[in-house]
Design a protein around this ligand. Structure first.
Ligand code: NDP
Length: 483
């Protein structure tokens, strides 16, 4: 098999490195890309390049910045199919999903922030008694360090990159070494669009080496990190040395709360999606479903029936609903939770069984598992408290509103939740009391980039979205002029 050689992108040029990391195709288990194993030296060069480009880029009129970002979006749209295929191959996600969600959303991220930056978010006041005018201006911060995970590679990278450069920062990005290919290919589009060298730099490699060097670099005053809560602790420590601006979008243990009056068909189909989309490898996936006791047996029966129908298979196959997990190590971790359920004598109702996944021979070594439903599990179990980040969901009963709110809130995470009832007052009451950053009432994953997104508790610090991202990637200065 031909192995794709990924190179770092520094100062507008592709730069080879001495050592490399193998990147595996999740659906075959074979090496398909070779990723630079960057360290301090490469990060140093990339930061120096971004620092040198900052003066020119931050002084570039925002209309021009916006035009160039839109150009990249246009080029990406032209190559949508190619990027979707690479994303699917690199991550194991369904090609259909990459085509419908990941790449279109990356294009939208670019266009959204290219447009947002044209609108003025400054404010002013007149102090008549003092004979003075106050006003605020926003400055770009400098070199932004962007660290993104493997589950939605280009989607999440562009969610950081677009506002950062739109606001006039230059960037050094470090995508996950497991999914670096679309980020690498995006660099070609920055050159093709005519971006000045050094505005966008990408350094590929391991988090503990390249990521750590970037986070702790004295010339990088801002870090935007999306990833796991444990990694975030290290990032926080390293970033604290220089009092960096820090945004942390982290893990979750998201709950669905299903009341007995829920519109059942819609609720089941959406809970199936929210539990298993992208193999459950979305930070917003549901992994605990609380169902009011009167509805519990019926819900569980229908939910398990629907789960059994989900076809696991080749990400390129139009009939597959579940693709491959990101890596062998992650697959084993997720399967470990199913073993834990068996040890704890919880009931594994369907899922991770080795019988016929019906895969073609070339896919037999891929990282596949069946979507798994577990019940009869205690709230204190690690199955109910830890982020599994795979196609595994626990379904448990509850009796009343106060009880379920307390149980949902008991975990250390607080990213999102869904609530299912036709009682609007209840939706309102429950939504207010859940300790999460986003509540979806009678829906899931209906996102509006205009609104803040982020988590509470150990699910993160800060918000991303129209105003929040622009605020984060700028420093606001108040100027008082006495006339
Ligand atoms: P990790 O925390 O393992 O890694 C995230 C990124 O950080 C990767 O690029 C990683 O590189 C890098 N990294 C690792 N160690 C360090 C370090 N010491 N310093 C700097 N960077 C480092 O997360 P995953 O990639 O496994 O992603 C899954 C996690 O991301 C889940 O917990 C999920 O919930 C969360 N997530 C949160 C989202 C949100 O918006 N709240 C959205 C999507 C995912 P490397 O890959 O080389 O280790």
């Amino acid at each position: 098999m031909i192995v794709l050689e990924v190179e770092n992108f520094i100062n507008g040029k592709f730069v080879p490195t001495e050592s490399h990391i193998d990147s595996y195709e999740p659906s075959t288990g074979e090496v398909w890309a070779s990723i630079p194993d960057s360290g301090e030296k490469e990060v140093e060069l990339a930061v120096a390049s971004a620092k040198a480009a900052f003066k020119g880029w931050s002084a570039t009129p925002r209309e021009e910045r916006s035009r160039l970002i839109n150009k990249v979006a246009d080029l990406l749209e032209k190559d949508l199919e190619k990027f979707a295929e690479m994303e699917s191959r690199d991550q194991g996600k369904l090609l259909r999903l990459a085509r419908l969600i990941d790449i279109p959303r990356a294009i939208y991220n670019l266009r959204f922030f290219a447009s947002a930056i044209l609108h003025d978010l400054n404010s002013s006041t007149v102090l008549e008694k003092a004979g003075a005018i106050n006003y605020t201006i926003k400055h770009p911060v400098g070199v932004a360090g962007l660290i993104s995970p493997w589950n939605l590679p280009l989607y999440l990278l562009t969610f950081k990159l677009a506002p950062a450069i739109a606001a006039g920062n230059t960037v050094v990005a470090k995508p996950s070494e497991m999914t670096s290919v679309t980020a690498y290919k995006l660099c070609e589009l920055f050159n093709e669009a005519g971006f000045p060298p050094g505005v966008v730099n990408m350094v590929f490699g391991f988090g503990h080496k390249a990521g750590e060097a970037l986070v702790s670099h004295a010339d990088v005053p801002l870090i935007s990190f999306t990833g796991g809560t444990v990694t975030a602790e290290k990032v926080r420590m390293s970033a604290s040395k220089h009092c960096k601006k820090l945004s942390l979008e982290l893990g979750g243990k998201n709950a669905a709360v299903v009341f007995k009056d829920a519109e059942l068909d819609k609720c089941i189909s959406q809970c199936i999606k929210s539990s298993f989309m992208n193999q459950g490898e979305i930070c917003l996936c549901t992994s605990r479903i609380f169902v009011q006791r009167q509805l519990f047996p019926h819900f569980l029966e229908l939910f398990v029936q629907a789960t059994r129908k989900l076809t696991v298979g080749n990400p390129y196959d139009d009939t597959a609903i579940i693709g491959a997990l990101i890596s062998k190590q992650h697959l084993n971790k997720v399967k470990g939770y199913v073993k834990m359920a068996e040890k704890e004598e919880a009931d594994v109702l369907c899922g991770d069984m080795s019988d016929g996944l019906n895969l073609t021979d070339e896919k037999k070594n891929g990282y596949f598992m069946r979507p798994t439903v577990i019940t009869n599990v205690r709230d204190e179990s690690r199955l109910m408290t830890e982020e599994i980040f795979g196609p595994v969901v626990c379904v448990v009963p509850f009796d009343d509103e106060d009880e379920v709110i307390e149980r949902v809130n008991k975990v250390k995470y607080g990213l999102c939740a869904t609530v299912w009832t036709q009682d609007v007052s209840r939706l309102h009451r429950v939504s207010h009391q859940l300790q999460v950053g986003t509540v979806w009432a009678n829906c899931w994953l209906v996102r509006d980039l205009n609104l803040p997104f982020g988590g509470v508790k150990e699910s993160g610090v800060g918000r991303e979205g129209l105003k929040d991202s622009i605020d984060f990637y700028t420093e606001e200065k108040t100027i008082c002029l006495q006339l």
